[in-house]
Design a protein around this ligand. Structure first.
Ligand code: FE
Length: 340
């Protein structure tokens, strides 16, 4: 009996080995909300360099809910998403784990990763201003968007969108809640149209003469101008210029895209390897050129089309500090009726 049992165990052990060696290639499972077209070239390059296969599940939304519902059986190794708030949410929901990687720590500035290694930024985007080419910007800052000289001249998307929630959160971090509320009221009073639509619509509406300036993310200018968004959007982008405003006592408000290793990652080592690859000089360059974002790796270059708008000076207020105010920011937008 004992030998039989031993034989059975040995047999199943061999079967397991055969199962893995038959696949030969190691794998890593990526859950992401990023557009497939943006990251596929990077994943292909990673597989080519390491022989690690990447299985990708693209989710338009509901990333956290999906991983949470899969529980400890979740095949997810890496969770990749946009917006610092979303990354912090993943941590707060217990869906991530801490990673200690010398490569990640060395390459990514400390302000752009979780101090416990629960998430890492992979690229940066600026909350920029689009403006009609003939508009005098009078040394505009985020603060001055509330100045009545801009009455009826500003376009912006919903105050509840994560991009604006992050901006308002940073404003609170700089000036406090009361000042932020006044600022939001002022900005709301300056709107040319109801807050809504997308960032690219700001360029469209400036071209259409509806507004003079508007708040929108930096990379959309690259996506539109390059023709990746089609000929119509190219026209919109050609009708505007982009500037990188700053806070009066700081820099340009930035947000991130980033990734975390999932709490129950079955392929943890491969997951860390993929993250390390994504911040390498080569990958950062591909990334920056594909999506017109700013690299987190100082050694990688900004896409020429975006570099034209000048060097980015990221705000001095800690990204995480702004994120800490996201709930308050959303409440303020509600309170002043920003979207009404
Ligand atoms: Fe976007």
């Amino acid at each position: 009996m004992r030998t039989t049992l031993k034989g059975l165990l040995a047999g199943s052990f061999l079967a397991v080995l055969a199962g893995t060696s038959g696949a030969a290639a190691a794998e890593v499972n990526l859950y992401t909300t990023r557009e497939p077209g943006l990251i596929q070239p990077l994943l292909d390059a990673f597989t080519k360099a390491t022989d690690i296969k990447v299985n990708t599940i693209f989710l338009k939304d509901g990333l956290a809910e999906r991983v949470a519902s899969e529980g400890d059986k979740s095949p997810a190794d890496i969770l990749m998403t946009v917006d610092a708030g979303n990354l912090v949410d993943l941590v707060e929901k217990g869906l991530t784990q801490s990673v200690d990687s010398a490569v990640l720590t060395r390459t990514i500035p400390s302000s752009l990763r979780d101090e416990k290694g629960n998430w890492f930024a992979l690229s940066l985007r600026a909350r920029a201003l689009y403006a009609a080419k003939d508009v005098d910007l009078r040394e505009i800052t985020y603060e001055r968007l509330a100045d009545p000289v801009w009455k009826g001249k500003i376009c912006i998307r919903s105050g509840q969108h994560p991009y604006n929630v992050a901006l308002i959160g940073s404003y609170i971090a700089h000036h406090g809640e009361e000042a932020a509320e006044k600022w939001l009221e002022g900005l709301k009073a300056n709107l040319a149209r109801k807050a809504g639509g997308g960032d690219r619509d700001v360029a469209r509406d400036i071209m259409g003469g509806l507004c003079d300036i508007g708040v929108a993310n930096s990379y959309y200018v690259g996506l539109m101008r390059s023709g990746k968004g089609g000929p119509e959007q190219q026209e919109w982008a050609n009708a505007i210029r982009m500037i990188l405003p700053t806070f009066e006592n700081g820099g340009t408000q930035v947000n991130i895209t980033g990734a975390a290793v999932a709490r129950h990652a079955p392929n943890r080592a491969e997951a860390v390897k993929l993250l390390e690859y994504l911040v390498s000089d080569d990958a950062q360059k591909i990334y920056a050129e594909a999506n017109f974002e700013y690299p987190v790796n100082a050694g990688a270059t900004v896409a020429p089309l975006i570099a034209e708008y000048g060097a980015l000076k990221p705000d001095t207020v800690d990204l995480v500090k702004g994120v800490g105010f996201r709930k308050k920011a959303s409440e303020l937008a509600e309170k002043v009726g920003f979207d009404n």
